[in-house]
Design a protein around this ligand. Structure first.
Ligand code: PLP
Length: 403
């Protein structure tokens, strides 16, 4: 994420009150938890408002007043390819794209389209929890090849990866790139090794690239679509502008499948789920953000990078027991709390009851990471600061009580 030097045009500092807007992060989530006193840094949803130029286009569409069935047209694919070309030097054929309501919907559709009940599907924990849910909820077998944390950096254990594929006769692999919550942006070398192993064992690859636009300086995102075309016979890429522009509520995502046979299987399952026409405002939004959102996006990257620098410095100065897994991408920070020496319950008490912040706890991303917490830093810096100050106070109290 590039550091911006010129004067900022957009305001990411002002806190916009999201309470009572029926949002998951501040309203439903709190209701479910039965708490109103927690600062929410959990769900991957940003607290920033779309730029006015995009809002104007959405308002113009609303002003028409008719929201009947619709489908994506040329402008949609032109906007998509404009973004892909500009940022990642590739384009897709409109025919490869099936529009859907979300990336998780796409994951579940792939599971049903490409495997049978009981088939083994491989994931790499710690990973975004719906990866496991769409496997188990559809009666498939979850196979985990745990990512290895080596010197503060997550790595794929390729021997384990291939062994598990052979042992369980894995049919499908769900890749997260950039990886949530490990923060890795997989290199071309890693993607090549993944692709080669999958081709060798006839494993289909579903690459969830929803976080692709959040890449920190020194790292580069490679879509699986930019890799050797030989992998395309086994590939589905899932993509959406919903993280980058915070439009998850508009429900638009793309399943990009170059191979005709795989695509037909996906479309059949999509139809079986009863999904046909897309959300008209979602289509308008994708076209608009990719056409008019560049400047806002660049400033957003710079702002989030600033938040990351803030957290890094804060941890070093005030909370040295906590270890940040240095992210290469995403706005989600993965922090190791094991230095505090707390039990899993003790850690949850510290976070929720003492610090009064709401984070996604490591245990939901896999069984081996209960001492980790995931922080969403896509919010005004003052909120990030407040969260870490509350945490610091809670840790200080913990230490005082231990004395
Ligand atoms: C890796 C990953 N995939 C998918 C999603 C959700 O996608 P959608 O809202 O389009 O279903 C998220 C949201 O946090 C995510 O982190």
């Amino acid at each position: 994420m590039a550091q911006k030097t010129e004067t900022a045009r957009y305001d990411f500092d002002t806190i916009i009150d999201r309470h009572h807007t029926d949002c998951l992060k501040y309203d439903f989530g709190m209701e479910r938890k039965g708490r109103t006193d927690l600062l929410p840094l959990w769900v991957a949803d940003m607290d920033f408002r779309l730029p006015e130029e995009v809002l104007l286009e959405l308002k113009a569409r609303i002003d028409h007043g008719i929201f009947g069935y619709t489908d994506p047209k040329e402008g949609y694919f032109e906007a998509l390819n404009h973004w892909f070309r500009k940022h990642y030097h590739y384009t897709v054929e409109p025919g490869w794209v099936t529009v859907g309501p979300g990336v998780v919907y796409g994951l579940a559709t792939c599971v049903r389209a490409f495997t049978k009940p009981g088939d083994a599907i491989l994931i790499q924990q710690p990973v975004y929890y719906p990866f496991g849910e769409v496997i188990q909820d559809n009666g498939r077998q979850l196979v985990n090849s745990q990512l290895k944390l080596q010197a503060g950096h997550y790595q794929i254990d390729f021997d384990d990866f291939e062994r598990k594929i052979e042992e369980y006769k894995v049919k499908l692999y769900l890749l997260c790139n950039p990886h949530n919550p490990a923060g890795r942006v997989w290199t071309r070398e890693e993607l090549t090794r993944i692709g080669d192993i999958c081709l060798k064992h006839d494993v289909l690859i579903v690459s969830d690239e929803i976080h692709c636009d959040f890449i920190y300086p020194g790292h580069e995102f490679h879509s699986f679509l930019t890799m050797d075309p030989k992998y395309r016979s086994h590939l589905c890429v899932l993509h959406s502008p919903s993280k980058t522009f915070n439009i998850a509520g508009l429900q638009v995502a793309n399943a990009i499948i170059p191979d005709e046979t795989l695509r037909a299987r996906y479309k059949k399952e999509n139809a079986a789920a009863g999904y046909s026409q897309a959300n008209v405002l979602g289509l308008t939004a994708l076209e608009s953000v990719y056409t008019r959102g560049e400047e806002w996006y660049q400033e957003l990257l710079s702002y989030i990078n600033g938040n990351l620098s803030f957290v890094r410095a804060y941890l070093t100065e005030y909370l040295p027991e906590l270890k940040l897994i240095e992210p290469e991408g995403t706005y989600l920070l993965w922090i190791d709390f094991s230095g505090l020496g707390l039990s899993e319950t003790g850690l949850q008490e510290l976070i929720t009851d003492k610090a009064k912040i709401w984070l996604d706890s490591g245990s939901i991303f896999g069984p081996q990471t209960a001492q980790f917490e995931r922080f969403n830093i896509a919010c005004p810096r003052s909120i990030v600061k407040q969260a870490f100050e509350q945490l610091r106070e809670a840790v200080s109290e913990l230490k005082r009580n231990r004395c």
